[in-house]
Write a protein that binds this ligand. Structure first.
Ligand code: BGC
Length: 402
């Protein structure tokens, strides 16, 4: 009797581990520390130097980052503005006719790699780069405006932290824009923002100087509509759809037991075993264990292509066994993540056999995510979007002892 009970117990444990473990790794219980861990959108890095936190990235051999080419994106954004200026009419653009093009800049989050790369890309393209991505640090630049070289001046730049301490805050941008319009008046010839949420926030200011060109980043649905309606001048798509699919594909591959180059080629450059393949280009940066989507400038010239909101037809319902993934999002109020990235995750996850449990934080305290980063043994893998880019160890230490 005792023996039978022991056998039954052993079988139960083995069976449980098969389910807790997805399909791939046999019947042994997988420790949380050995499970796939994919960071996305907020690359583990030092908020001051921007240096990648390789200790976190090397947590285990199933740790990856999925994002987009942040530095390349800053260059695309800067070039989009330079291209706009080259065809602009100086007489219309230079509102007070002082011969200087003045712009204001919404930075977003001074400790976020994406934000820093955009600030640098814009300032370098306009010649206002003075060696730092901090607010207020700029020099006089110049650019070709409709055939004439004109001086360019950054009149002001702000991080856009909300009253609650959250970053990339669109309401803070509305307030700042209101103050800028009052204080700087017609010195403002352009408004540049490191994301669409803040750009749209600027447009909300009741005294927004009508007709002044405004640029964002992200290609959120409302921003695309604003471009089509002639209210927003341009944005950059970081291909959130491809990033969301790539986050899921990486988890899928790791849970299917793939290793080495298969992790970042199956489902990317060739179909995975379930027949799925992401259509847009996603490149692998081996040095940083990062899979990166490409960027594309979006203006009135090509907005129609993106407005359709079509999903990637390369991903169809697969027969893959269902796995459970716990996914955190740093701020439920972030425009980009909530209106762009999360809907894509929710669309692709069931097709790829991924059962997502999503927990969302408040954008200020890591604890708002960490407190719900619990019951970890119930999940086969984890996908993390941190409040602070240097919080990687807070998550890995949770996985250490379970
Ligand atoms: C996006 C921002 C967003 C941030 C959140 C960036 O890549 O461009 O809009 O607020 O990610 O981490």
């Amino acid at each position: 009797m005792k023996k039978a009970l022991t056998i039954a117990l052993v079988m139960l444990v083995a069976l449980t581990s098969v389910f807790a473990n997805g399909s791939a790794e046999g019947t042994t219980v997988v420790q949380n520390s050995q499970k796939p861990l994919v960071f996305f959108n907020r690359q583990p890095s030092d908020p001051v130097s921007g240096e990648i936190d390789m200790e976190t990235m090397n947590w285990n051999d199933k740790t990856y980052y999925v994002g987009f080419d942040a530095v390349g994106g800053g260059v695309v954004q800067g070039q989009m503005i330079v291209d706009f200026l080259a065809t602009a009419d100086p007489a219309t653009l230079d509102r007070n006719g002082d011969g200087v093009i003045g712009y204001v800049l919404c930075i977003g989050d001074v400790g976020h790699n994406d934000s820093r790369a955009r600030t640098q890309g814009i300032r370098q393209a306009l010649g206002t780069w003075a060696g730092s991505t901090d607010p207020g640090v700029s020099q006089e630049g110049s650019a070709n405006v409709g055939g004439t070289t004109m001086p360019i001046v950054e009149l002001d730049s702000r991080a856009m932290t909300g009253t609650d301490g959250s970053t990339w805050n669109a309401n803070a941008a509305t307030d700042a824009m209101g103050n800028w319009a009052t204080q700087l008046g017609d010195q403002i010839d352009m408004v540049i923002s490191n994301n669409d949420g803040m750009a749209m926030g600027c447009l909300q200011a009741s005294n927004y100087p009508e007709g002044v060109p405004v640029f964002g980043y992200d290609a959120n649905a409302d921003a695309l509509e604003a471009i089509a309606a002639g209210r927003l001048t341009g944005t950059v798509s970081q291909n959130a759809d491809a990033q969301a699919a790539a986050t899921l594909q990486t988890l899928r591959n790791l849970l299917d037991g793939l290793t080495g180059a298969d992790v970042y080629t199956k489902g990317f450059t060739e179909p995975d075993q379930w027949g799925n393949q992401i259509t847009p280009e996603v490149n692998y940066d081996a040095e940083n264990k990062a899979l990166l989507a490409a960027n594309e400038a979006v203006t009135i010239a090509n907005v129609d292509k993106l407005l359709s909101g079509a999903r990637d037809e390369g991903i169809k319902q697969s027969e893959a066994p269902v796995v459970d993934v716990l996914l955190t999002i740093y701020n439920s109020a972030d425009n980009f993540l909530s209106s762009n990235y999360l809907p894509a995750l929710n669309y692709y996850a069931p097709l790829m056999g991924i059962n997502l449990t999503v927990v969302q934080g408040d954008g200020q305290n890591e604890s708002s995510c960490l407190d719900r980063f619990t019951n970890l043994a119930n999940y086969d893998a984890y996908a993390i979007n941190m409040v602070k880019t240097n919080s990687g160890p807070d998550y890995t230490s949770r996985l250490q002892y379970n």
